[in-house]
Design a protein around this ligand. Structure first.
Ligand code: 13P
Ligand code: ZN
Length: 262
């Protein structure tokens, strides 16, 4: 299949970012998944025939009628998504009833098991008239480890801790990290709880599982998780050296907020 330049660029972005996920060690086996709302970048896909029967979504995504997405396939490994996004993912279109999707490319690839979360989020982004097109879920070891400590799961405890490790995290992850209490992977409950957190955050922790980020593109989403992960590493390295890191002071944080207009 031949794609236009904008769509080719998005597919290249999927290849680049999925490679980073593997290199970071955040994507053991088939860990993580990606979706990208490509509706406005590929109008020619609107007329494509479905190549497989319609599949029920399980709920209504009323703001996604005929929307088109690239999604990584379930069971697909990020290290291979990186080599060939289209052999390890599919392009799906939401049907007229907003309750089913159909695959328009490629054959024999089922979308990620986290599709409920991805579609619910894209639907929510439409409601908000958001410019965000990319949703990414991954398994960063350091951040997940922190979610195994109950005191860190209270609202904004991790946000403030991670912000205070290095100025960049305060500046480039300005909304912090939302916390989604543990829910079964792939469940509608996980999707619903995630949406709740996305009302206030662009990155959320799925307790004892992983992290999910939304952004205008995959690079933005990746960079926020990477920045938070850097902070987590500084915290852990300090603890391993035998001390509790001091963190930036409230005064220094206030100064950052003003300087960066946060
Ligand atoms: P998929 O292979 O179905 O995308 O699942 C990976 C994952 O990380 C589930 O949370
Ligand atoms: Zn996962």
């Amino acid at each position: 299949m031949k794609y236009n330049k904008q769509l080719s660029d998005i597919i290249s972005q999927v290849a680049q970012i999925s490679g980073y996920l593997w290199e970071k060690g955040w994507a053991e086996r088939n860990g993580g998944n990606i979706s990208y709302n490509i509706t406005e970048f590929a109008p020619e896909l609107m007329s494509f025939e479905a190549i497989a029967p319609e599949v029920e979504i399980g709920f209504e995504v009323s703001h996604l009628k005929n929307a088109i997405f690239y999604v990584t396939g379930t069971g697909k490994r990020m290290r291979y998504v990186s080599q060939s996004p289209l052999d390890n993912g599919s392009i799906i279109r939401i049907c007229d009833d907003c309750r089913h999707y159909e695959t328009i490319a490629e054959y024999d690839i089922r979308p990620t098991s986290e599709l409920p979360s991805h579609l619910a989020i894209h639907d929510y982004l439409q409601v908000r008239s958001s410019s965000y097109k990319a949703v990414m879920h991954t398994h960063p070891t350091d951040l997940i480890a922190m979610s195994h400590h109950t005191p860190f799961l209270k609202k904004d405890v991790l946000t403030h801790l991670l912000w205070s490790m290095i100025p960049e995290t305060r500046a480039f992850c300005p909304k912090g990290l939302g916390i989604v209490p543990y829910k079964l992977p792939g469940s509608v409950e996980l999707a619903t709880a995630t949406i709740e957190q996305l009302k206030n955050y662009d990155v959320v922790m799925w307790e004892k599982h992983g992290v999910l980020a939304v952004g205008e593109n995959l690079i933005e989403a990746f960079d926020m998780i990477d920045t938070l992960s850097k902070s987590a590493q500084i915290y852990m390295d300090s603890r391993m050296m035998g001390f509790i890191p001091e963190g930036l002071s409230d005064l220094q944080m206030d100064e950052l907020r003003e300087a960066f207009n946060l």
